[in-house]
Write a protein that binds this ligand. Structure first.
Ligand SMILES: NC(=O)c1ccc[n+]([C@@H]2O[C@H](COP(=O)([O-])OP(=O)(O)OC[C@H]3O[C@@H](n4cnc5c(N)ncnc54)[C@H](OP(=O)(O)O)[C@@H]3O)[C@@H](O)[C@H]2O)c1
Length: 232
């Protein structure tokens, strides 16, 4: 599969995994233009792709993230952003046609409360309960499904060439721009893994002088939020 011509190798690298996962999660949700979609964990690797792809599919998108990603998600096209440090998306009274859950920090019951009567919840997180990880949620979702009108779907992303082609088109037309978070040297690989494992892998390094600048476009917001040439 050729690299999208307009991307650097660094930008293209997350697409086959995070981008394809986002695309397949949205396909599980059967997204149609005008549908309302909430993405829990929208500030992360998969979430930032999901926000942009959902917008490209014509959905009205709500992203859930922490305070430091609010501006980023808005710049990526999210129609609404919920800062999870201030508001619980399962208690707002809003109901969504599709919820893509990349965090698994709220119970299935709570997620269903934020889902429309015939809505689809796509369980995409590898996280879950203390003992069984995501398996407990998957079993519970399968057990409930025959008895409820809502659909509780589980995603296991696979590498499908046709999805890579779809994603390549979205990238080359500029409808989707990969978000690069912190950069690490190879010698900092253990720091990178630890950072990823903390589950908040999008930039905490705002103290570099470049982070003080303010721009209106996506590229500038990414630089302001995440840019740190000293750790490139
Ligand atoms: N189903 C599949 O086949 C498949 C494939 C790939 C990945 N995954 C799973 O999908 C999940 C997301 O992957 P990723 O690569 O996007 O991870 P990531 O880059 O580490 O992003 C995780 C995001 O979750 C956010 N987050 C943490 N606590 C949150 C909360 N309480 N509410 C809302 N957002 C919260 C973090 O944002 P803040 O920093 O702002 O807190 C971070 O941006 C992981 O569990 C991964 O294992 C599944």
């Amino acid at each position: 599969m050729p690299k999208p011509a307009n991307l650097t190798f660094e930008q293209a690298a997350p697409a086959p995994q995070a981008g394809v996962t986002a695309l397949q999660a949205l396909r599980k949700g059967n997204i149609q233009p005008g549908m309302t979609v909430l993405i829990n964990g929208a500030g992360g690797g998969v979430g930032t792709f999901a926000v942009q792809i959902a917008k490209a599919l014509g959905a009205e998108v709500t992203g859930v993230c922490s305070s430091h990603s609010v501006e980023l998600l808005t710049s990526l096209g999210a129609d609404h952003v919920i800062d999870y440090t201030r508001e619980d998306f399962t208690n707002t009274g809003h109901r969504y046609d599709v919820i893509i859950d990349l965090v698994a920090n709220r119970s299935l019951t709570a997620c269903r409360r934020a889902l429309s009567a015939r809505g689809i919840l796509v369980l995409s997180s590898a996280e879950g309960g203390r003992w069984f990880g995501p398996i407990g949620r998957i079993i519970k979702a399968a057990a409930w499904s025959p008895f409820i009108a809502q659909r509780l779907a589980t995603l296991v992303a696979v590498q499908a060439p046709e999805d890579l082609i779809s994603l390549k088109e979205l990238l080359e037309t500029g409808q989707v721009t990969p978000v690069i978070g912190r950069r690490f040297r190879l010698s900092e690989a253990s720091d990178a893994l630890q950072h990823q494992g903390e589950g908040h892998s999008q930039g905490k390094n705002r103290d570099h002088p470049r982070a003080q600048r303010s721009r209106g476009n996506v590229k500038a917001v990414l630089q302001d939020t995440y840019g740190s040439p000293e750790v490139t």
